[in-house]
Ligand binder design. Structure first.
Ligand code: CO8
Length: 258
């Protein structure tokens, strides 16, 4: 197993659980953590026993952003040549569903990491924000795009141009957060939801995620056509036969992911 310095990585049944673990820096995302996060996602993606992934932080911070101390000295040429920020593609290309379980600060790159996951659950202590403007930069891990798609232009402009934070209630109302839960229930609730997802036919789960993501990119007509083809294709799976037979026979389905 990979020796992780900045993460705690475990499985709970069919759920892969990643806990960001740089408590002294409020889980600031340095190069090491980003590399380890990509490795952990890739390991869960390759592990047939894992059906969904949960990413969480601490009670105080999901992640307070990219590591400012590490970024401070960077020049434009360095940022450009290393394609700073592109490493996140290794996380967003994961086909298994992921849930971000957010307590405390999710700022800058931390908010962007939460938005790279497919679903966000928030403790009522969560605070979301894109404060990059206060550092004379802008979001660089997808924040201007994903936040705008999640909450609309008005609120995205407000948050990104003023750098203010939004609490869990506002984030849920705005459509960024799927569920707000008590802090002590946060990780369990996310792991339970991930376990439920992992219990379904993986073929159908991956198809559902892919189809929802098409809605972010395509026109309605194209998206609906993509959905219809993916829907039709699922009738070629054993799991569809099993799922419908189990319903008719009033028993639990036994999916085989084929
Ligand atoms: N980077 C590095 N260290 C950090 C960060 C960070 N983002 N956030 C907190 N820390 C460190 C602090 O420096 C402090 O360390 P030390 O004890 O050694 O001084 C420790 O964590 C605790 O922090 P505070 O003492 O500040 O804790 P408070 O409870 O007083 O405040 C806050 C908490 C409000 C969260 C405060 O820490 C803060 O404002 N943090 C910075 C938030 C921020 O600006 N985040 C955005 C960063 S920029 C970014 O994410 C860009 C992403 C896109 C990059 C594009 C690349 C392509």
């Amino acid at each position: 197993d990979a020796p992780y310095e900045t993460l705690l990585v475990e499985t709970r049944g069919a759920v892969g659980l990643i806990t960001l673990n740089r408590p002294k820096a409020l889980n600031a995302l340095n190069a090491r953590l980003i590399e380890e996060l990509a490795l952990a996602f890739e390991a869960f993606e390759a592990d047939d026993a894992v059906g969904a992934v949960v990413v969480t932080g601490s009670e105080k911070a999901f992640a307070a952003g990219a590591d400012i101390k590490e970024m401070a000295e960077k020049t434009y040429a360095e940022a450009f040549l290393e394609d700073f920020g592109a490493g996140w593609r290794r996380i967003t290309s994961c086909r298994k569903p992921s849930i971000a379980a957010v307590a405390g600060y999710a700022l800058g790159g931390g908010c962007e990491l939460a938005m790279m996951c497919d679903v966000i659950f928030a403790a009522d202590t969560a605070k979301f924000g894109q404060p990059e403007i206060t550092l004379a930069i802008i979001p660089g891990f997808g924040g201007t795009q994903r936040l705008t798609r999640a909450v609309g232009k008005a609120k995205a402009m407000d948050l990104i141009l003023t750098g203010r934070m939004m609490d869990a209630t506002e984030a849920e109302r705005a459509g960024l957060v799927a569920r707000v839960v008590a802090p002590e229930r946060l990780v369990d609730e996310a792991v339970e939801a991930a376990a439920k997802i992992a219990s379904f036919s993986r073929v159908a789960v991956l198809a559902a995620k892919e189809a929802v993501n098409v809605a972010q990119e395509a026109s309605l007509a194209e998206g609906v056509r993509f959905e219809r083809r993916a829907f039709q294709a699922l009738f070629a799976t054993d799991d569809q036969t099993e799922g419908m037979a189990a319903f008719v026979e009033k028993r639990k389905p036994a999916f085989k992911n084929r």
